[in-house]
Design a protein around this ligand. Structure first.
Ligand code: SF4
Length: 248
């Protein structure tokens, strides 16, 4: 097992250099009704269901280093060309290389909404990260929980279970700092009682978090193959009023 904060430190040495960060793609994407997207390289988790597993596992083989100015320029150009009013950094984990991310955010004009999709580990590990993010009024954060409890988190990511508490703490720190934030959770591996228990834990942090966004597995062939090898049970088609019938 690994500690995700240690993996973040190691990975940063590969994907960040002098305030520049590795990215492997810039594109318009259809999510959120259309969003200008920069896909970064490098993550501090190793989720079994990750669709960009190859990049996460071998970051040194992907992408090129870009300065914040170049990243912001490309995001804005794509947004203008496609008439989009929102942007994001996606692909792997955008909170690695903190200084680089903060500098990108400083360069994004305030009339664009910036959606930060994160696993929350580094924000939960350091309250000042959330405080620093609170300076950006056009920022919205989506914290993606990996499972619904410590045990599932560890089984799905291979990390120490305490990483799940860092994810929850990120929500708490962001809320406390006045950052607009909501939780999402991958529930395709979770029995109903765990989903209910997560709702309760989230409500205790903030009543607005109880109705979290449900994330479900996307069965890309490589993901399916990996899950088969690991003999992991999962289901899709969650409905809050129904016990998952398709559990396999
Ligand atoms: S946090 Fe996201 S990018 Fe990182 S391993 Fe998990 S699914 Fe992949």
């Amino acid at each position: 097992m690994y500690h995700p904060v240690e993996i973040a430190e190691i990975t940063e040495k590969t994907v960040c250099e002098n305030n520049r960060r590795r990215y492997y793609r810039f594109r318009p994407a259809r999510f959120y009704g259309g969003i200008s997207t920069a896909d970064c390289v490098g993550c501090c988790l190793r989720c079994v269901f990750c669709w960009s597993w190859n990049i996460v596992a071998r970051p040194e083989e992907y992408g090129n280093l870009y300065a914040p100015e170049e990243v912001a320029r490309r995001l804005v150009n794509i947004a203008k060309k496609k008439r989009l009013n929102q942007m994001r950094i996606s692909g792997n984990e955008p909170t690695l290389c903190r200084e680089h991310l903060i500098n990108v955010l400083k360069l994004i004009p305030e009339d664009y909404l910036f959606i930060l999709e994160t696993n929350g580990i580094l924000i939960g590990n350091d309250r000042t990260y959330a405080e620093e993010l609170s300076a950006f009024h056009n920022l919205y954060v989506r914290v993606s929980l990996k499972g619904t409890c410590e045990e599932e988190f560890s089984r799905l990511t291979g990390s120490v279970p305490e990483g799940f508490q860092l994810q929850l703490r990120a929500l708490e720190f962001l809320r406390d700092s006045g950052v607009r934030v909501h939780p999402a959770s991958m529930i395709s591996f979770s029995p109903c009682e765990n989903i209910k228990a997560l709702k309760k834990r989230l409500r205790a942090i903030d009543p607005a978090f109880e109705d979290f966004e449900v994330e479900e597995l996307i069965l890309y062939p490589a993901v399916e193959e990996r899950l088969k090898k690991m003999k992991l049970r999962y289901f899709t088609g969650y409905r809050p009023d129904r016990i998952p019938a398709e559990q396999i």
